[in-house]
Design a protein around this ligand. Structure first.
Ligand code: ADP
Length: 410
């Protein structure tokens, strides 16, 4: 089945056209600066290896969708002959609140519930709704499926998702842990469970999705027991520009000391912290690693090293905590930009973890470029398997969309 996967942001729209029978990506691209001057489409046709970048006005997501369809059906750099060859559309949705524990076919009721999730992801949800409405305008008769980043985490028990605040905050505002990157955790834990070669019910896996945004999950028997992100994607481990878990009393303290507004303190925690805040010069792990590799003569060495060591320390703590929660640990998986591409971080996380039966092969671990392949990092003697598994959230969206759309036809 040909499935168009759409990931709509506030001013962008990323897309991939899959043939889900062969799991081939025919084309992919991005529309940028939607609604402002200089909007453009960057389109890649992957069968013939063609690439076009075109400035073209797009006043909203509906116009962007039309331009995407034009690119996909273009006689020269397209890959299908007409819109009727697109059989279904799958949308990535960042937050589904407690409404959605699995992917779902779009309906009026679903859209109404998604509207109620606006407050949980104020930057993303309105963009998703614009993307969905844009698709509805351009392809009103195609099944549209929503795939939620929060859905996989809905298996957590209340003891894992509740905060020890007065209960009324949960009742009034839905304040609880929702988690993030669920589609990625689901994909890599699924692949890992297969690699373990035992019934999924018996597997105990920690998945480390480490990128600009990072989260760690405990997946026992194929279900999330706990995850590091919380009510918002600010919680958990140190990230590119986000602080992760801090003592909550620090927030009013900083506000009082520096006279910060709510918005300002939010900016400090979301945009000025993490790698950037600690290193004082970059949010990108490549820059930090370069400074560390240069050694103490590099002016950024000390704080780059500190930034990376903070993350290492926190990931170790999560692995230990999650092994305790699951009463065991079969495998640790690294994925996403840093998890897939930063051998140094993987090595220091896995160091001194014999207690958990973790031992990695440093040569196998030294893979540097984004790997299209799964790489086993642990030695054969290692009791706990350690793997690099490249994530593929788009593939999960395409698969779920095809499954739901096929069921409609049956
Ligand atoms: P996002 O959370 O925005 O999706 P990514 O998963 O792409 O982020 O992760 C971004 C991080 O991954 C950056 O810190 C970057 O340094 C790192 N990264 C991405 N690609 C590479 C690479 N080829 N080599 C080293 N680091 C990389």
């Amino acid at each position: 089945m040909n499935v168009l996967v759409v990931n709509a942001g506030s001013s962008s729209l990323k897309y991939q056209l899959f043939d889900t029978n062969t799991e081939t990506v025919y084309a992919k691209g991005i529309c940028e600066r939607i609604g402002s001057e200089g909007s453009l489409i960057d389109h890649k046709q992957l069968i013939k290896g063609l690439k076009v970048e075109k400035q073209i006005p797009m006043k909203d997501h509906s116009e962007a969708m039309k331009i995407v369809v034009d690119a996909l059906t273009d006689p020269e750099h397209g890959c299908i002959s007409g819109m009727d060859e697109i059989e279904a559309v799958g949308h990535r949705v960042v937050h589904g609140g407690a409404f959605f524990s699995q992917s779902i076919l779009l309906s009026d009721d679903v859209l109404a519930k998604l509207e109620l999730c606006r407050d949980f992801a104020p930057l993303h949800t309105p963009a998703h709704i614009m993307g969905i409405k844009g698709c509805l305008e351009v392809m009103p008769d195609k099944p549209q499926v929503l795939v939620f980043d929060t859905a996989f985490h809905q298996t957590m028990k209340p003891e894992a998702y509740m905060y020890a605040l007065p209960y009324e905050y949960y009742e009034k505002y839905g304040i609880r842990r929702y988690g993030a990157h669920g589609t990625s955790h689901r994909f890599v834990s699924g692949v890992m469970a297969e690699l373990l070669g035992k019934p999924v019910e018996d597997t105990k896996i920690v998945t480390c999705h480490i990128g600009n945004g990072s989260s760690i999950s405990a997946v026992k028997g194929g279900k999330v027991v706990d995850t590091s992100m919380g009510f918002t994607p600010l919680a958990g481990v140190e990230m590119g520009t986000r602080c992760g878990d801090i003592d909550p009393a620090i927030v009013p303290y900083m506000m009082e000391k520096d006279g910060l507004s709510t918005e300002e303190v939010n900016t400090v925690m979301n945009k000025k912290s993490g790698f950037l805040g600690i290193s004082g010069f970059s949010s990108d792990s490549r820059d930090l690693e370069a400074a560390i590799a240069n050694g103490p003569d590099d002016p950024h060495y000390e704080r780059a090293d500190l930034a990376v060591n903070i993350l290492k320390h926190q990931i170790k703590k999560y692995i230990g905590a999650y092994a305790a929660l699951m009463n065991g640990l079969d495998a640790v998986v690294f994925t996403a930009g840093i998890g897939e591409n930063n051998p140094h971080l993987r090595e220091i996380v896995c160091e001194d973890m014999e207690y958990f039966g973790i031992e990695i092969n440093k040569e196998l671990n030294a893979v540097t470029l984004r790997q299209p392949n799964i790489v086993k990092l642990s030695t054969d003697a290692s009791k706990t398997a350690v793997y690099l598994i490249p994530t593929n959230e788009e593939l999960v969206i395409a698969r779920d969309t095809a499954a739901i759309a096929s069921a409609l036809k049956a």
